[in-house]
Design a protein. Structure first.
Length: 75
């Protein structure tokens, strides 16, 4: 194999390795982005569930208070 052909082959291999590395970096960045989005979604839904349960609890508390008030008013 001539020197020029060997250099061309090595150059192609280096380009292939760089392309593969870039592809892996892209996939890694994409995976990290998805993981971050999932974490944010979980955080938002957890906050939403907590807020909903607080609202639900507050509404049941006011319902209980109004029922008690009605019972007191009956007497």
């Amino acid at each position: 194999m001539g020197r020029g052909k060997m250099l061309a082959t090595m150059s192609l291999r280096i380009n292939d390795i760089e392309d593969e590395s870039n592809s892996l970096d892209h996939k890694k960045k994409q995976s990290l982005r998805l993981i971050t989005e999932l974490r944010l979604y979980r955080l938002e839904t957890t906050r939403g569930e907590k807020a909903f349960s607080k609202c639900e609890k507050a509404s049941t508390d006011t319902t209980k208070k109004s029922k008690r008030q009605e019972q007191l008013n009956q007497y």
